[in-house]
Every structure is written in C-alpha cells, then in structure tokens.
Write a protein that binds this ligand. Sequence first.
Ligand SMILES: [Zn+2]
Length: 451
Amino acid sequence: MALNKKRVFLATAVVAFLILSLIGASSFLNNKPAEKAEILPLIPEPTIKYGVEIDSFNVVEGTIGKNQFLADILLPHNISYPEIDKLARKATDVFDVRKLRVKKKYTILTSRDSLQKAKYFIYDPGPFFYVVYDLQDTMSVTKIERPIDNVKKTGSGVIYTSLWDAIIQNGMPIEIAVAMEDIFGWSVDFYQVRKGDRFKLIYDEQFIEGESVGVAGVSGALFNHNSAEYYGYYFEIPDVNKDGYYFDENARPMKKAFLKSPVKYSRISSPFNRRRFHPILKRVKPHLGTDYAAPRGTPIYSVAAGTVTKASRTRGNGKYVKVKHDRIYSTQYLHMSGFAKGIRAGVHVKQGQVIGYVGSTGLATGPHVCFRFWKNGRQVNHRSLKLPPPEPMAKKYIPQFEVLRDSVKIELDAVAYLSEDEIRALYPDEDIESIPTDSLLAEEHDCDVVP
Ligand SMILES: [Zn+2]
C-alpha cells in the first residue's frame, strides 16, 4: 500500500509537473502570437503613389489625347476655368501645362464625397520625372525627378549582320551605338563595319526603378575593325577638352579634323576608283568620289569645319555643296535632294553640321551622296588618305592619363567575346559563314562630276 501510495503521489507529481510545464510552455508559446495580433494594424498600410496617400481618393488614369488641353481633362472633374487658369499660371515656372504631350500618362485623384472634385492632377511622361499639380486650396506644382542608379557594366559584341544588331543581341542598350560613334567616328570607317569586326566596352548604365533608361557614359572602349585595334579612353582635362573626352593609347584625341563619312547608317555603293570600267559606257571612266547609298532625305554632314564655297546645281552633280576647310582640303557632296536651311556660299559650317539631304539629282540612278575629297585642288580617295594625327594632350596631364589608361585597358582586356557557338545560338537562321564581307560594295551608280 505504502508503495502504491508513493507511486500515486509520484504519478500525480509527474502529471502535475507535466501539466504545469505544458501550461507554461503553451502560455509562453501563446504569448508571441497574442503580441503579433496586437501589433497587426487594424488600418492597412496607406498606398503611396506619386508621394500622395491615394486610398482616400478615386483614381482616374488616362493618357493625353490629341489636341487635348488641361482644361479638357480637368473640367469634367469639376475644376472651373478660373481654377485651371490659376493653376496654369502657377505652373509656368515649374512645368508649363502647354508642355503636356500627346500619349503621355496622367492620373487624377478626385474626392470621394458627392462633389467628386479633382484634388491632384499628376502628369507622368516617364521615366525620368513626373509633375504633381496639387489642386487643393492655394494650389501648387512640383516636378519630381526619379532617382537614377548608375551601374557599371561591361559588354562586347561580334558583328555578323550590323553593329546595331550586335549591340541589341548582346543585351546592351541602343544608346551604346551613339556612344561608339562619339568615340570612334573619326578613327574607324564606322558605317562600313564588316562581318567579324568586334568591340568591347566599359560603361555606366542608368536605371530607374529597375528599368534601363540609358547610358551615362563609356569609360573605355575597344573596336577591332579589319583586324586593327582601336582603343578609346575617357579622360577629363579641366577647362580643356569640353567637346572631346576620348583619347587613344598615345594620349592623342580620338576626335580628328575629318569625320570618316558624311552620312550615317549608309553603305558604300561605289568606291573611289581611278580605273573604273563604266558598265554602260563600256570604257574606263574614273570614279573620283565615294558613293554612299542611303534613303532619300538622310542628312548629309560636313565632315569638317569650314566655309561653304558652293551650294549650287549642275547637270551632272545635281544639287551639291562644296566646303573649303583650309588652304589644302575641300570636300564636296553631290546629288542632294535639297540643301539644309541657311546653307549657301560664304556660310561657315561646323564639323558634323547638316548641310543637305540625300537625293538623286543630276546623273544618279538612285539616292546616294557622291562624296569628293579635294587635296591641293586634286581629287583623292579620302579612305586611303593619311592625315597627320592630332597633337597629344599637354605633357603635364599625360602621367595621370597613363594611370587611368592602364587600369581601364586591364578591365577591357578581361572582357570576353562570345564564342562561335554562342554566336550561332544568337543567329540560328543565319549561315554566318556565308555572309560575304564585300557585299557592301555590290551596287553601281552612275556618277559624274563638274568641279
Ligand atoms: Zn559618285
């Protein structure tokens, strides 16, 4: 019995202990959820859009229609003409309401009371900024710039169809094409790139809320054209190189006196050829210019700064412009459809300035510009012309440049090109080996010149 009693006592004690500890544990376990329940907000987090708590408004979204003015948009939301007028005046210094553009997004927040009156009009042309027109009380207009993240990136491409295509296929933003033009437009016959040409870049890509919005700059680039390597390095010299910030490995500016071609995105339809056999005349008739075929209306640039000596028309040349650059060099552009505004004899033009547009006036069988390069009164092939290189930057900046150049070069050299297999995967339908490298030189144009 005594034993039994002891057992019962023990059992009771154990059970009691277990119960107590369970209560303890469960109350301990219960504590946290109970606390959690307490901190759960009864009112959900406010929805903030454009810096406004929008939950207490009706949200109306739309896009600016053709010929639609702010009044057309706001009058239906119970804003009066005098109020719109007041808002328009307040907006002039911040973001003029006349700058609202068709197809751009807007949001209107209206009161939920019976008045249904617009309280905010938000113009969001995206992605860089939006404008909040606060229609309440005193009215105010605020332009908000969205923060931009700069992300350093590297990229490379091997050209199989076009430079453009190689940039896109390799996941780089299209602005890279413009950046490469700024770097190599003077050293590479950039618009005559060939299959197998390749390039590498180190650049800053800009993002807004995770979306790519552009390229902030290229710190270094390599272009391999016809197996020759061209490096370009971005370098700032305070108060000196405001226009050109790229230098080659010898600290010489990439920007030179002459652009490589007078039109962009063109192809050479007929090269300079002193012994050209004319297909129609059946005799040797020299072609003393380089024909760039491009769609009618394509802008033609002066390849260097100078003075227009002729903006005229002859039977053979059609409409043409001749520019004198210095005592030695002049250039001439034939078969234009028209001159650019203000282009006439005696006018000064800058390098890269539009002087006219591609056409087929004169003796031309299709739209192209026949580009003539004159040296000491004689026509020469500008593509084989060796012009003196520009002077290097001032000596005192060179040590600093060389440090930068060497570190950027190491980074560039570490960037890999896609392998043959990876390129094949990008161009599954293309027999990449069969693209003839000289397919750019197929077409003939009749082309005559009268100086
Ligand atoms: Zn020609």
